[in-house]
Design a protein around this ligand. Structure first.
Ligand code: URA
Length: 269
């Protein structure tokens, strides 16, 4: 097989696996064989599965259901962050992103983190440096993490998209869907107890909803046994500093749930 044909067929395999994973997330369990009369679209669950907030705070006397104890998709024991990173680096599923990026931006931080921060997509600084949240919004995120008595090395930071959309435009639906399995595989390996979604794109993508971020913030949601807090994106805070107090309320609520005492800085994993 020529290198070009091999490249085409491995892209087709990745695209097929990602499509099947997307259908599985949408609730599809059986696919009709081609040629049968059944219409796939009529059997698929709606793309926008209803999402409901879970209990606002864990009751003090009830053990917290951790990601490790909760039901979740089985992770492939041969998978690793290094393998996913390589596949991300080689990914050309989105023609426009692959042809305009300087490099892909995978994720950074503690691979055993209790808490992951999920953003939207790399910007110009991240595209140049190959690391998420290193520009102005990233510096604000670092301050937020430090105000929580944590460091960037305690948590894991990543994005819905691993490539910069040109001009920092909003990710397109097919780009989000092409990148989705990378995100889910990262989560299956890290197995965090908490995810903090930064902004509407992260929150709506992870939870498969169209609810505005202003209505999702300050509540807990659940994704595959992981407690999810949604809050405003740091880039939004740079434009609207008045919203910083809301984000701080969300962070205090999250730290309380994680049993992190904001008055006692400590080294944490
Ligand atoms: N905004 C994001 O959502 N992610 C980054 O990595 C940087 C800015």
């Amino acid at each position: 097989m020529t290198a070009k044909r091999q490249d085409r067929s491995s892209r087709a395999v990745i695209a097929t696996v990602q499509r099947l994973e997307s259908l599985e997330r949408a609730g599809v369990q059986l696919l009709a064989k081609p040629g049968r009369s059944s219409d796939l679209s009529s059997t698929a669950a709606p793309e926008q599965a209803p999402v409901a907030p879970v209990a606002a705070a864990k009751p003090a006397s009830v053990p917290v259901e951790t990601a490790a104890s909760a039901p979740r998709a089985p992770s492939n024991s041969n998978d690793s962050l290094a393998i996913i990173r390589q596949q991300v680096t080689a990914c050309h599923l989105c023609d426009e992103l692959a042809s305009t990026r300087t490099q892909t931006v995978f994720g950074v931080g503690n691979p055993n983190a209790r808490l992951c921060f999920l953003g939207e997509a790399p910007g110009a600084d991240e595209d140049r440096q190959g690391e998420p949240f290193v520009g102005r919004a990233g510096q604000l995120l670092t301050k937020i993490i430090e105000a929580c008595t944590l460091t960037r090395d305690d948590v894991y930071i990543f994005n819905v998209l691993k490539c910069r959309p040109p001009g920092n435009r909003t990710p397109l639906p097919h780009e989000v869907s092409n990148c989705r399995s990378f995100l889910d595989r990262q989560l299956s390996l890290i197995r965090p107890e908490y995810i903090c979604c930064l902004g509407a794109v992260a929150a709506q993508t992870l939870l498969d909803t169209q609810i505005p971020i202003s209505r999702m913030r300050g509540k807990y949601f659940e994704y595959r046994g992981i407690r999810v807090m949604c809050t405003y994106h740091p880039a939004y805070l740079l434009r609207n500093p008045a919203a910083k107090k809301d984000v701080w309320e969300d962070m205090k609520m999250l730290m309380r749930d994680m049993d992190i005492d904001l008055d006692k800085p400590a080294a944490r994993g």
